[in-house]
Design a protein around this ligand. Sequence first.
Ligand SMILES: C[S@@+](CC[C@H](N)C(=O)[O-])C[C@H]1O[C@@H](n2cnc3c(N)ncnc32)[C@H](O)[C@@H]1O
Length: 361
Amino acid sequence: MNEKSGYLMPKSSLNDQPAMQGNGFYNENSDLQKAGIDQFIPIWRDLVESINLGANDAIIADYASSQGKNSLSPINIAVDSILSKNPKPTCISVIHIDLPSNDFSSLFETIKKNNNSYLNNHSNIFPFAVGRSYFDQILPSDSVDIGWNSWSLQWLNATPANIDDHIFIDCTEIINLKNLFSRQLALDWEQFLRCRSKELKIGGKLMTIFIASSSHASGWGPFWNEFWLTLLELRNFELLSDKELTLISLPIGIRSIEDIKQPFNKNNIFANLKLENLNIIDAPDPFWEEYQITSDPKAYGLKWANMAKAVAGPMISNVLNTTQNSKCPLNDIFTRFADRLSSNPFKVKHSLACVVVEKIN
Ligand SMILES: C[S@@+](CC[C@H](N)C(=O)[O-])C[C@H]1O[C@@H](n2cnc3c(N)ncnc32)[C@H](O)[C@@H]1O
């Protein structure tokens, strides 16, 4: 039961977080995420160069692959590094992991057809996919040489509650809710690390990139606030109900550098994982940068709204389906959001954390 509003949220809906917008929509609208990943490629190169493969076979795990496009560059870099150090034919398994509701058809199409696919020009490389949550151990113990994970750990394993007065936890006035989300973030971080520790070989390494907070960037609040104002407008036109407004809550949270360090406070080690690198950077806003060149506010608004639809569309669709007889089609919400953003373009000042860990024993 949601205490403030009294709306009953089915337990399954609260806990079953949907994947990204399907039919390749996330692939087509994830340039923001790609721009963030690109910032950390030098750290990733160093990581893969430092891995010593005991045998000729290697396993690369791609945790939260979504539809695969943004995984291709990092996996190519890992594959090239492994092959350059191992002159004998090496068998490399690439395991893509995501939630059961992920659009795995688009993932396999991408691996098969994208010009940047790691299958091009290489033999003895075998892609696999696993449709399970990474908050469980999902690969055999001591099997993974290199782990990649980007833009997913802000999604909570379980949504603690609906956010009654906003869509985004950083913008709520309800302190108790903030505490519930913070607690879940801490539990999830430790659980993710524990599970990866089981799966990594000794000497294996994992890099994870996720949304973080920093003292000098405003973060995602201003962006999601524009979305919230769009929803309020739709409610004022009686196109969305109060109930729908309450149920539309982003199941995400943002960690600070202290939150990220917390499990490693003793000797820089947690669950046999040594913290090797931790960076928080100001991440790029490629749509704002493009707008500086084109002065095209419509393109700016559309790109940002499509990014939001790619990540939040399925959650909102679930709410509209749950409430039934919804008067507002999903596309109308995002068209209105695009118009709103176009009318007042601004730079989204957000931050990303990059963490590298090594399994030590
Ligand atoms: C924003 S996408 C990131 C995709 C890609 N890694 C990138 O950087 O563009 C987040 C992905 O995390 C996945 N995800 C969220 N929670 C997950 C979990 N518990 N287990 C596995 N995947 C999860 C979502 O389904 C989604 O595909």
